[in-house]
Design a protein around this ligand. Structure first.
Ligand code: SF4
Length: 254
């Protein structure tokens, strides 16, 4: 029915394409790799590289999704953004403001804004932020050093739903404070250079999520040395039945 290959969303929307590395979670940024190949913004990535506004036709898509959603059985989710970061200070001039307007024009959609730059919330969220009842706000938490301070900022920021993307999960997150957080997405890294991902890190996280929604997205491409003979692997989470039974958990808020 919907158009995204990411299991926890229905659609993805990129207001522009281009970004810069922020932390360890960016090391194998798939958007950067794909941009090198497809040259969406000329092929460069990083500070000073072009952030290319997506086309006018592309920007009309959410309006169509919104119209269709008026009679849908549930509210579609729109992930923004997979090839950029909404809170990037190098965003094209006026693009973020345009996005805020689009979000208000599409009240039948839930917009999932995920960032590694929550320190910019105070200056970049729109003036009438309380009116944005269709935005779920999220931060990436790939490890303790980078993730925990982001979670603290997120917790202090008003939002109808607050969520974490713990992908690529790079270490055990024992001690994470999930107060005020509604939803936790967990996943191992995919791709040729995937870093280690241990099931016990995901299990510990899931056990910490008592009373929260937990979404085990993917196991990633790293092959554990203790992989059982014949054990199925599913790097991208296309078949949840290939996850260890206790990690076959995928719930959403609302
Ligand atoms: S913040 Fe996201 S899009 Fe930007 S470089 Fe890092 S992983 Fe890539």
């Amino acid at each position: 029915m919907y158009g995204s290959s990411i299991g926890w969303t229905d659609h993805t929307f990129n207001p522009w394409i281009g970004c810069s590395h922020v932390s360890e979670g960016c090391e194998n940024c798939f958007a950067e790799t794909d941009n090198k190949r497809y040259r969406w913004n000329g092929g460069k990535w990083g500070p000073g590289a072009l952030r290319k506004l997506t086309s006018e036709e592309y920007w009309k898509q959410p309006l169509r999704w919104n119209k269709a959603a008026a009679t849908a059985a549930r509210r579609p989710r729109v992930f923004c953004a997979s090839l950029a970061d909404v809170f990037d200070p190098e965003a094209p001039v006026g693009a973020r403001e345009r996005l805020w307007n689009l979000i208000l024009e599409t009240p039948n959609l839930d917009w999932l804004l995920l960032t590694k730059r929550p320190q910019n919330f105070t200056t970049m969220l729109p003036n009438r932020w309380a009116a944005y009842q269709n935005v779920w706000l999220g931060v990436t938490c790939e490890n303790r050093k980078n993730g925990f301070p982001r979670v603290d900022i997120l917790r202090r920021t008003p939002a109808v739903i607050r969520f974490l993307s713990c992908e690529p999960l790079l270490e055990d997150l024992s001690g994470i404070n999930l107060q005020g957080i509604d939803w936790i997405i967990c996943g191992g890294e995919s791709g040729h250079h995937a870093r280690e991902f241990r099931y016990e890190w995901a299990r510990n996280l899931r056990e910490t999520c008592v009373g929260k929604n937990f979404f085990m997205k993917q196991l990633g491409s790293f092959v554990p040395i203790n992989l059982l003979k014949g054990e199925k692997r599913d790097p991208h989470g296309t078949d949840v039945s290939h996850f260890p039974v206790d990690l076959q958990v995928q719930t959403w808020p609302r």
